[in-house]
Design a protein around this ligand. Structure first.
Ligand SMILES: Cc1cc2nc3c(=O)[nH]c(=O)nc-3n(C[C@H](O)[C@H](O)[C@H](O)COP(=O)(O)OP(=O)(O)OC[C@H]3O[C@@H](n4cnc5c(N)ncnc54)[C@H](O)[C@@H]3O)c2cc1C
Length: 396
């Protein structure tokens, strides 16, 4: 009786985006599914996401939107479960949404609607969802996996780990997935906070802190990765979508190149201004193109002042070069406390890209952010969670 009461075809640990999706898919296939969540709240990151409106996918989603040691890994799941599939689900549940920018889809009303969609699907699929369930121990045996929890000792054929990454530790994040991967001999690649604001060195912070709250459109670049979006000055350093995006490519000690005029040939424009308004102050002119306080700060920093007709060709070129190629060396990042995601994670070579089953541990699956697949900002992280949740759900 004991084993009958406490056995399920599938146990999924972690009721976030990937776990909920996997649970519903497996449930619809007629599998008995137990979804265990250690916190008292399901889908906390879904609720927090997109400023409370959940940027649930992106119309332009493609494998190019992901960082991973194996760029090909995400292709199979994304092609089987593209953004259109989730959009269709959202529409079926009558959730109104809109495109904000760059293909990013947000709920019109609240991210609660996306969580409710997933809970409804789980309910219809007969999933047994339990919160406040701590996992103490996992053992492999001849029948699959034995999971010792605060809600009893459970036996399952398929065990899915969907406990996410390390970001927002006070929101329930734990290293459980990485520890479980190591327990079964899987390689875990180095972890780092990503989609995260930069902090600045004290000297630079003194200079830029007064601009806190001001944003400006830039191009942020590291190597081949470049993003044209807004930069936001903060009281700790630099944030805004362009900075969050490039932070995923940054390694401690590295530099970031920022073009403060990504859509303007500044040298040509300044030359034209020198012809048209020779006596105008260079700061007044630049203020036509960027926030006055930003102009002031950079011109103070680089010593650019006076009427533009006092700048000869090389001097004007130096002004243009300075604004087009501002190189910063961040002190660090704000870390997991504010990061949206964790870069790195379980080596994708250890997992099947078709089923998400661990090659070294049959019956054990890893899905979602715990894998070494990190999406760009803009709905790509949820899209990967939906896609791999659905993929694993077909096989567990
Ligand atoms: C503030 C914020 C905003 C974001 N906004 C967006 C956005 O708009 N669009 C987008 O695409 N992405 C966004 N993201 C990223 C996105 O939330 C994640 O990539 C996504 O939630 C990952 O899904 P997951 O299922 O792998 O993990 P999660 O959604 O993090 O779910 C993991 C679940 O496992 C539980 N868990 C953890 N440890 C244990 C344990 N030991 N035992 C049992 N349960 C455990 C957690 O409590 C959690 O419920 C945002 C992230 C943050 C932090």
């Amino acid at each position: 009786m004991h084993s009958q009461d406490f056995s399920r075809d599938v146990i999924i640990i972690g009721a976030g985006a990937a776990g909920l999706m996997c649970a519903a898919t497996a449930g619809y296939r007629g599998r008995s599914v137990l979804l265990l969540e250690h916190s008292n709240k399901i889908g906390r990151k879904i609720l927090m996401s997109g400023g409370g409106r959940c940027n649930f996918t992106n119309l332009h989603n493609s494998p190019a939107n992901y960082l991973s040691a194996n760029a090909h890994f995400c292709k199979s799941a994304l092609s089987r479960y593209p953004a259109a599939r989730f959009i269709e689900l959202v529409e079926r549940h009558g959730i109104d949404y809109h495109e904000k920018t760059l293909g990013q889809l947000f709920c019109d009303v609240s991210s609660k609607e996306i969580l409710q969609l997933l809970l409804t699907e789980c309910d219809w699929a007969g999933v047994d969802v339990r919160t406040e369930s701590s996992i103490y121990r996992i053992d492999k045996n001849s029948d699959g996996y034995r999971v010792k929890t605060s809600a009893g000792i459970w036996q399952c054929r398929s065990l899915v780990i969907a406990t996410g990454g390390l970001s927002i530790p006070n929101g329930g994040a734990t290293p459980f997935a990485y520890e479980t991967a190591r327990q079964f001999g899987l390689n875990v690649l180095p972890l780092q906070a990503a989609l995260v604001p930069f902090t600045l060195q004290p000297r630079e912070l003194d200079i830029f802190k007064p601009l806190s709250g001001v944003s400006h459109r830039i191009r942020a670049r590291i190597g081949d990765a470049a993003f044209v979006e807004n930069l936001l000055f903060t009281h700790r350093g630099l944030s805004g979508p362009a900075i969050l995006q490039i932070s995923s490519y940054w390694d401690p000690g590295g530099e970031v190149e920022i073009d403060l005029f990504p859509e303007l040939d500044l040298l040509q424009w300044l030359g034209e201004q020198r012809e048209a308004r020779p006596r105008a102050d260079i700061r007044t002119l630049l203020s036509q193109q960027m926030h006055k306080r930003v102009v002031q700060t950079f011109c103070d920093l680089w010593g650019f002042e006076g009427p533009i007709n006092r700048f000869d060709g090389p001097q004007l070129a130096a002004v243009a070069e300075a604004f087009h190629r501002w190189v910063i060396k961040p002190a660090g990042t704000e870390g997991y406390r504010t990061a949206e995601v964790t870069r790195g994670g379980i080596d994708t070579d250890e997992v099947s890209s078709k089923t998400f089953e661990a090659k070294k541990a049959p019956g054990l699956y890893f899905i979602g952010e715990c894998l070494d697949v990190t999406g760009h900002l803009g709905g790509h992280n949820f899209q990967f969670a939906w896609a791999c949740g659905d993929a694993a759900g077909q096989y567990v």
